[in-house]
Write a protein that binds this ligand. Structure first.
Ligand SMILES: Cc1ncc(COP(=O)(O)O)c(C=O)c1O
Length: 362
């Protein structure tokens, strides 16, 4: 008997997604102009609680634009956790700047704030913190350090739509913060990204840079290097539809996370800091050791259940290589497993996944 495949993620494409895409088609507004762009940016700002948001092609270019808008130059240093997705460090490299890695906190798995200060040098210009798997970072500590050392702050919220700190959505502390709408994210636009900032000058600069730095005053006049990082109206139309039921998605994800946490209460997962709300983008657990990860993943695969390993620490990647040792991140990477976390996942499927994990985590 073939068992139904349980993927790690699948987008929750309900509501007006199809109608909105058809509307783009029927109206022929399929490129980067059209009513859905403004609509998506406005509804996104409203959901997050910021004044303005700028849509872009994906989360990686959002990080690139954030660093450009903050005037990060070649040779500048940007502090970033080594335990993250590669895009966080790649964006720093795009500018010829240097990612300076910091290890993870053993409990939250986010950047270890007690190790940031020792990574600061006269070349340090910014900190990029990452709310990993949706768990909010210790923003109080990070903000204090930025203030003391006069550093810019970028929040990589690619994985953290629907995560809050003291009732404020994540992303409201950074000079610039970014989000991703890749197909496996809490809401998707296919590919897509968003930047937010309280600073109107930065917002204007991001808008200019993403649109080939075209002048506001003269057509086809470009007074500096620019980029085509514009989101299409079709992608934005999907985002508009998705935002109409983002609360439903988040509620479903909370139920899923609660079940995983209660079933797997003997395993370690991320500690959520007091006052914070984790959106549980992915349900992630630390197993006994490297061997048990292999055994558990194989057993789940034999049951047609997809899993993912944790990120490899960025300092191990050939193009980002650093000889430093970051013990916590390295251990996390060896011992972690990401479990199916999509909104339509059923309780009985979670129970089955957890049974297999418990049996094989030897
Ligand atoms: C932490 C983090 N930063 C940045 C990105 C980049 O986003 P995108 O895939 O939309 O380029 C991702 C994407 O998955 C991510 O997980």
């Amino acid at each position: 008997m073939t068992r139904e495949f349980i993927p790690i993620y699948k987008p929750y494409l309900k509501g007006k997604v199809k109608d909105n895409i058809i509307e783009c088609y029927n109206s022929s507004w399929i490129s980067s102009k059209g009513k859905f762009i403004d609509k998506f940016e406005n509804s996104f700002s409203k959901f997050v609680g910021c004044k303005e948001a700028v849509s872009v092609t994906n989360g990686t270019v959002a990080l690139h634009l954030a660093l450009l808008a903050l005037n990060i130059k070649p040779e500048d240093e940007v502090i970033v956790p080594t335990f993250s997705y590669v895009a966080s460090a790649n964006a720093i490299k795009y500018l010829g700047a240097k990612p300076v890695f910091v290890d993870s906190n053993e409990l939250t798995w986010n950047i270890d704030t007690s190790k940031i200060v020792e990574a600061i040098t006269p070349k340090t210009k910014a900190i990029m913190c990452v709310h990993i798997y949706g768990n909010p970072c210790n923003m109080n500590e990070i903000k204090k350090i930025c203030k003391k050392f006069n550093l810019k702050l970028i929040e990589d919220c690619a994985e953290a739509l629907g995560s809050y700190i003291n009732n404020d959505h994540v992303g409201l502390n950074g000079d610039i913060s970014i989000f991703s709408f890749f197909g496996n994210k809490t809401i998707t636009t296919g590919e897509g990204g968003m930047l937010i900032s309280k600073n109107k000058k930065l917002i204007n600069r991001i808008r200019k840079l993403k649109n080939q730095s075209v002048s506001n005053f003269k057509e086809y006049w470009h007074d500096e290097l620019g980029y085509n990082y514009r989101m299409t109206n079709i992608c934005a139309s999907i985002g508009v539809a998705q935002l109409e039921y983002v609360k439903e998605i988040l509620q479903k994800k909370r139920v899923i996370a609660k079940r995983y946490i209660s079933n797997l209460n003997q395993l370690k997962s991320q500690t959520v800091l007091p006052g914070s709300i984790n959106s549980y983008w992915l349900n992630v657990f630390r197993l006994n050791n490297k061997k048990s990860v292999k055994k558990v993943r194989e057993a789940l695969k034999n049951n047609n259940i997809e899993t993912r390993p944790f990120f490899s620490p960025l300092h191990k990647m050939p193009h980002l290589h650093s000889k430093q040792k970051f013990i916590i991140s390295e251990k996390l990477s060896e011992q972690g497993v990401c479990l199916p976390s999509f909104p339509e996942l059923k309780i009985k499927e979670i129970d089955k996944i957890c049974d297999i994990i418990i049996k094989n985590n030897a």
